[in-house]
Design a protein around this ligand. Sequence first.
Ligand code: S3P
Length: 421
Amino acid sequence: MIIHKMKKVNGEIAVPGDKSISHRAVMLGALADGTTRIRGFLRGADCLSTIDCFRKMGIKIEEDGDCVTVHGRGLHGLRPPKETLYTGNSGTTTRLLCGILAGQPFDTVITGDESICKRPMGRVTKPLALMGADIENEYCPLIIHGTKLNGIEYSMTVASAQVKTALILAGLYADGETVINEIERSRDHTELMLKAMGAGIETDGLTIRVKKTDSLRAQSITVPGDISSAAFFMVLGTIMPNSEITIKNVGINPTRTGIIDAMTAMGADITIFNERTEGGEPAADITVRTARLHGTEIGGAIIPRLIDELPVIAAAAVFAEGSTVIKDAQELKVKETNRIRAVVDEFKKAGVDITETEDGMIINGGKPIHGADFAAYGDHRMAMSLAILAQLAEGESTLDNAACVDVSYPGFFDDFYGLEN
Ligand code: S3P
């Protein structure tokens, strides 16, 4: 695909529903008693993989656009699937399923696409084994022999919401109490949803306590727009001249708003308004206007709050005066692709002054760049970040496999080019 370059962007958009919340709504809806109605569900490939896996375990799920109805069968109502559960490109589906399936009275096999088969699953299978889980392999395909689980106290070794959530979900089935100590605070959508559904879960700072739970109450869930998708427009509206974009209905759960803090620290002009809470999740409208950026340092506790936004923040840093240092972000290496290597290699093609480090990258911004033939490595967030980088490059750029944006943002390019004026 040739990346069309826009002169300026203006207008209003609503990004699709939050990916993390959409996954959890289907999973917890399936385990609840009664009917869960989800509005604003993300119809991206990853979340559709979650729906498919639960259908294979006997859960009736109806889809009507972004409204999804899950007919829950209770915590003990899943049926043994007749075939392998295929999770596609979705790390969230794969890892969270491990937590749910470890304590079932049946065996399952999970696998996914080429990228999923290279992503580390030991980070969930090892702590689950301490709870008594019996899972073969540390990479997909995973063979899960459902068994009785016991609660443990576990101190996390990685800052990962997927690992935390897998342990919380297993904790619902485990005898006694499961206590999880996080390293840094990561997204807490599972905790919020489980509390609303009546589970025995408490959070105190970085500690989460889950008790064995008999039943979950079905809920109506409204999914806010995904801040990780809104991030592309926050950066686009900032770097393009004479531009202003309003993004309606964006989830602003504080465990996810690192992008706003980082961009603001770089000099971005971001206004948050119409703040409200829907279904326990805070949401707001966000306006972003053209601004001159300067470099900054991004590391430490903010990293889990913006982990998925780092490729597009790196694109913003290219147009910021001075140097931006991204550190403590080694988790980027085990995403859909190695996002440190991918960002550095692709940005270099455009002449960006960028250096790979052990746990991040250093970008010396504010210098002219040129168009290039970019590769997205089948990674949705790489594809969208490169489309933004190309906007201010001299000359033409192309992007391979632009369709991979469907994983989290089907229709991205329509929304993107729809803002040109
Ligand atoms: C997610 C957690 C994060 C994030 C991913 C979604 C989730 O992964 O990168 O896109 O929904 O829990 P990690 O838990 O591996 O950090």
